[in-house]
Design a protein around this ligand. Structure first.
Ligand SMILES: [Zn+2]
Length: 277
């Protein structure tokens, strides 16, 4: 499932491909289920003819700013992908939405599991009012992050996955961050010492930035695995230290990485380096 680094990679590719500045001259909703909040006819009417002013990211959402002030958002969920193609191409059975641009290119939404959602919004608050701060935003300081942690009596793993606490993290990068900070996934947040909280915050930022530098993580070769608009795959997989490495020796101490279920999510950690108090 695409997390912050993968969504950021998609957004940067769209910006590099000069999607901002293009006008949408044809909207095709091929599977109505991928459009949320509006019937497809209304979605097409509101979107057709709009110019895309900017493309950005908030949490795991791709955000297209339109020239009428509305926002077009896309959440890729499990297997959503955007493909950018020149000219006409045959429709794949997993292509569910197509935006033809005024330069002849088409932005194709491809999603084998069909959990992803497109939504039009009048303003940012309509979609993002519940989201927590961005981990890479300079406005969130280590001290503020530590204060936010101290207010919760929840286990670290589900808390860090909670988008209202912190935006953008998912299963892979939470496991990697807790491993790097040597914190147990079930440690209660309010029991984390301030120095550990700063270590965790630094680990989250370092890992997210490193993953963006590698264009995210692609876990496998299946077509549902992450690929950017130019259909390139993320390279961070080989750098993962805990996620998906159950049974392999910990890079720090050699103890086999353990897999357990925390908050209904498969969780990987080192039982020696990440002790619960
Ligand atoms: Zn270890």
């Amino acid at each position: 499932m695409p997390e912050l680094p993968e969504v950021e990679t998609v957004v940067r590719d769209l910006v590099a491909a000069e999607i901002p500045g293009r006008r949408i001259c044809r909207v095709e909703v091929l599977h109505p289920g991928v459009v949320a909040g509006t019937k497809p006819a209304g979605f097409i009417r509101r979107l057709n003819g709009r110019k895309i002013k900017a493309v950005g990211r908030r949490a795991k959402f791709i955000v297209f700013q339109l020239d009428d002030g509305e926002l077009l958002t896309l959440h890729l969920r499990m297997t959503g992908q955007l493909h950018l193609v020149k000219g006409l191409c045959r429709r794949d059975k997993h292509d569910h939405l197509r935006l033809t641009l005024n330069d002849g290119r088409t932005l194709i939404y491809h999603d084998p599991r069909r959990f992803g959602r497109w939504k039009l919004a009048k303003n940012a608050a309509e979609i993002f009012h519940n989201l927590g701060p961005e981990p890479l935003d300079g406005g969130l300081t280590p001290a503020e992050f530590a204060r936010r942690l101290a207010r919760h009596r929840r286990q670290l793993k589900p808390l860090l996955l909670d988008q209202t606490f912190l935006a953008g993290l998912g299963n892979i990068y939470v496991d990697e961050s807790l491993f790097a900070a040597r914190l147990h996934p079930q440690q209660l947040a309010h029991q984390v010492h301030p120095a550990e909280a700063r270590r965790l915050f630094a680990a989250i930022r370092r890992i997210l930035n490193a993953a963006i530098g590698q264009r995210g993580t692609t876990l496998g070769l299946g077509e549902g695995n992450f690929a950017s608009p130019h259909q390139t795959r993320g390279r961070y997989l080989t750098r993962l230290q805990a996620y998906g490495r159950g049974g392999e020796p910990c890079a720090r101490c050699g103890t086999p990485i353990k897999r357990m279920v925390v908050g209904q999510r498969g969780t990987h950690f080192c039982p020696h380096c990440q002790r619960k108090r």
